[in-house]
Design a binder for this molecule. Sequence first.
Ligand SMILES: [Zn+2]
Length: 412
Amino acid sequence: MSEKLASGLSRRGLLKLGAASLTLLVTRTAAGAIGRSSVMAVRVWPAPDYTRITLEDSQPLIFSYQQLSNPARLLVDLEGVEFNSVLAKLPGRISAADPYIKQIRAGRNRPGVVRLVVDLKGKVKPQVFTLKPVGEYGYRLVLDLYPADPIDPLMALLQKQPKLPQQQPGENPGEIARMVTIMLDPGHGGEDPGATGQAGTHEKNVVLSIARRLRKRIEAEPNMRTVMTRDGDYFIPLGQRVEKARRVQADLFVSVHADAFTNRTAHGSSVFVLSEHGASSAAARWLARRENASDLIGGVDLKVKDPYLARTLLDLSQTATSNDSMKLGRDVLGQLGDVNPLHQGRVEEAAFAVLKAPDIPSILVETDFISNPEEERRLNDDAYQDVIADAIFKGVKNYFAKNPPLAKSTLS
Ligand SMILES: [Zn+2]
């Protein structure tokens, strides 16, 4: 059995494989071929959606876990791991405000086994999985603690302060006639920092800040409201972002990013829409590939079926949506062009996974190049973030003025 295979299995899996595997495990440790591993880093990402704990090592972590009740807790055993100062710091990383974790206890359980006891605030649905080295990361063991009853974004939206659509007779026809919902998607988050500038600015932080400014503007409109795919520093897989937008029956989907390129002089804003029949340029194809790698870096449990994927196959026609996406893209690009040089004077197309809602016009805005030192500096500037948020907002408003939404009976 290969090292790789052993690494991907839980201890229970190894037991099922029988004596041969167990011998291998013992031999490995005893012979010191690999030696005891030491966890290099621990990270905790608490969020309303789920709390994630990541352990990072230079070699694959072998683990088993078990959920117990009364009191609710999760036991995670790490095989052949040294209890070191990094693991000792894990309990201190849990904030009292964590939605799912009460506390963590960590220590040597028996020779060669470190046990983490995660005391829970209630029942959770855990997803525990490993990730191979990618980007800056070594081997990772990921513990995702999802609520036993998943949060429904539609319920969350309806429970928010109700906002009544204002419809007055004699309004000019450009005004929006019903409440529209705009899904704002700050790219990356949590384990996935996105692109990082020379001065250390992470894309995930600046795009969240810009998206929040955009939200403020949209929420001030009487007939517009927003939902965010994430509103904090945590990772949401790309498919789930699309799924959330569909669940709340969003009228538009706007993903906010910051571009990066090896050449530091690359600069300016761009807007992208989905193309499933080839990219509009080599650069667009390259960029879509980089943005789609978000799931690999951010970390997704591949064993868990993405409910979105199956459904998309049923939606055969996307033509109307892609026309609307292009119109929205042009309106937003036009406004960005008034405040910033454009990287490309036209809306570009490529196969971005996050733009794949078949029934929601969707765009991805690359605000600036974070890899360009001057643009990185501006991206950190509050006033400049407002300028970008204003431009996207005006683009969205222009789009609705020209393309008033059709009546929808499902949402107030
Ligand atoms: Zn990005």
